[in-house]
Design a protein around this ligand. Structure first.
Ligand code: C2O
Length: 567
């Protein structure tokens, strides 16, 4: 195995789209940033040189970082951020993982332009894929473009805890496409040139801050073969649905009549509350090579689902299961469960300071996003170091994530949706640094229950440092007696990001066998920034090989307390 080395220079620059120059923070002057291409088992070394005015960390989304939590890249959880004019070198291995992952800044909204693909190929080469060998592989990054200074948005959000901003456009590989124009001149779109009969592996990543996406290519089908760097039983569909944080690898065969076919990525929106104008779709083009093109007909457009048809996401994700293959044996699902957690996801109103404030006084109240009615408070010093050095004071700062919500009610009653924060909030929420401790090796079962409390969104829940078996998902309220019987304990998909359906639930299991302090959060940026987050602290095991090693010698220190961006 090799050492793959990159230098990431983080810088600010102006980019022009939609006739507007926007200040963005980027790696090596490009959006998306560089692709990290490696072979399973390689070591990766990334020198981050921070030339931007922001505090930065880079997270390697989906990389398991076994016994390597120090390199997970979460500010004030695993590390002090890399300050302006400072450097830090991340080092990690990609042993035991194959497929598509990605990297992104874990600093509020800055990840909209600070991200890129990680591609991990098998040791035995492309002919050892457990699916037909593709002729070409294409990173396919869906994102959103914000014609505004997102660092300023992040600062405002930190004060008001309210996310009242909308993306200006959707993108494929950084291109807006011809549905957008600047004074009548169409924006460039992503073009995929294909040859008849050839097979293309699209490595699809949703890096958007804001939306789940529907993806279709006119006249073509996808065969989904992997998700979150885990192989899945091949599943053929004309619609891919992908939430922020997820990756989907899909084969597309150029088997249509030679010509031009639009590829459309459309953000989906929860049906209720229907208060905002839908975000615009982006489109790229799949075009057959000219040698084989008889004429120059108009491009064919796909028929898209309704923008509000969010049940499509539920169907798509319910169809995923793990691949059974001689070279890729199914990972056994642990039968014994040590800890059961039931976690409700919703919004709420909390006091700006302290536990008691006047509910009627708007100035004292902030909108928060919660798990079991508690919203995450950013710690002021990195939790991992406190955990490692047993700095006891820090433990008092943490609030244990409870096993269940404080109250049982009809979680998905649509009449709870109306947003008039004061009217319908069922109970006070509060703000605390939520943590849950797990003994090394414990098997944890979690049911995430979406609630209608002031939200009608799905929730892509992402766990750092571990993959989760997705046992079942359903619409409505989870019913333990009935729904446990439906668990797939044979070949459930393994995911690092699970989509909790809009007004539904998902049940997962994972083995807490990676010592460290791991972030667990919704991958919608506004939910994350508003506190739909907790940390999972996995204790050391009995041996050196099951314990967290010492921090890197050149680890950044916290010169200033600000954990987002400087004011
Ligand atoms: Cu991609 Cu903590 O996230």
């Amino acid at each position: 195995s090799a050492i793959v080395e990159h230098t990431f220079v983080v810088n600010q620059m102006n980019m022009t789209h939609l006739c507007k120059e926007t200040l963005v923070t980027v790696v090596n002057g490009q959006v998306p940033g560089p692709t990290i291409e490696v072979t399973e088992g390689d070591s990766v070394t990334i020198h981050v040189v921070n030339k931007s005015p922001h505090n930065i960390t880079i997270h390697w989304h989906g990389v398991k970082q076994r016994r390597n939590c120090w390199n997970d890249g979460v500010p004030m959880v695993t590390q002090c951020p890399i300050q302006p004019d400072q450097n830090f070198t991340y080092r990690f291995s990609v042993a035991g993982q194959e497929g598509t992952l990605w990297w992104h800044a874990h600093v509020s909204c800055l990840r909209a332009t600070l991200h890129g693909a990680i591609i991990i190929r098998p040791r035995l080469g492309a002919s050892s894929y457990p699916f037909p060998k593709p002729d070409r592989e294409i990173p396919f990054i869906i994102g959103d473009w914000w014609a505004m200074d997102l660092a300023a948005v992040a600062r405002r959000m930190k004060q008001d805890n309210f996310f009242d901003y909308f993306p200006s456009a959707s993108t494929i590989n950084g291109k807006l496409g011809d549905l957008f124009n600047c004074s009548g001149v169409a924006e460039d779109g992503f073009v995929l040139d294909v040859e008849p009969g050839k097979t293309y592996l699209l490595r699809i990543i949703n890096t958007a801050l804001f939306s789940e996406y529907f993806l279709k290519i006119a006249g073509h089908k996808f065969t989904v073969v992997a998700s979150d760097a885990n192989y899945v039983r091949p599943y053929t569909t004309d619609l891919v649905v992908i939430a922020p944080g997820e990756t989907i690898d899909a084969l597309v065969v150029a088997d249509a009549a030679p010509g031009k076919y639009y590829m459309v990525a459309m953000p989906n929106q929860a049906p209720l509350p229907d208060t905002q104008t839908p975000e615009p779709s982006t489109r790229g083009m799949m075009q057959y090579s000219s040698s084989s093109r008889p004429g120059n007909g108009a491009p064919v457009a796909p028929v898209m689902p309704d923008q509000h048809d969010v049940v499509q996401s539920f169907y798509f994700h319910s169809n995923l299961s793990s691949l059974r293959h001689p070279r890729h044996p199914l990972a056994p699902v642990p039968k014994r469960v040590d800890e059961h957690l039931f976690i409700t996801l919703g919004l709420g109103i909390a006091c700006r300071r302290g536990l008691n404030c006047d509910r009627e006084d708007e100035k004292e109240n902030i909108l928060v996003a919660t798990m079991n009615n508690i919203s995450f408070l950013q710690p002021t010093a990195p939790l991992l170091a406190a955990h490692y050095y047993h700095v006891g004071a820090n433990k008092d700062e943490l609030q244990e994530l409870p096993d269940k919500p404080p109250k049982v009610f009809n979680f998905t009653d649509p009449s709870l949706i109306p947003i008039g924060p004061k009217e319908k909030a069922l109970e006070r929420t509060y703000v605390a640094t939520l943590a849950r401790w797990f003994r090394y090796g414990s098997v944890v079962e979690m049911v995430f229950q979406s609630t209608s409390i002031m939200q009608g969104d799905s929730n892509p829940m992402h766990l750092h440092g571990h993959d989760m078996f997705v046992l079942a998902q359903g619409l409505g309220n989870f019913d333990a007696a009935k729904d446990r019987a439906r668990y797939n304990l044979v070949d459930p998909p393994l995911k690092n990001t699970v989509v909790v359906p809009n007004l539904g639930w998902v049940a997962i299991r994972f083995v807490a066998d990676n010592p460290g302090v791991w972030y667990m959060h919704c991958h919608f940026e506004f939910h994350l920034s508003m506190g739909m987050t907790a940390v999972f602290i996995v204790e050391d095991g009995p041996t050196v090989n099951t314990s967290l090693p010492a921090p890197p010698v050149d680890f950044p220190s916290c010169g200033r307390k600000d954990n987002l961006v400087p004011d």
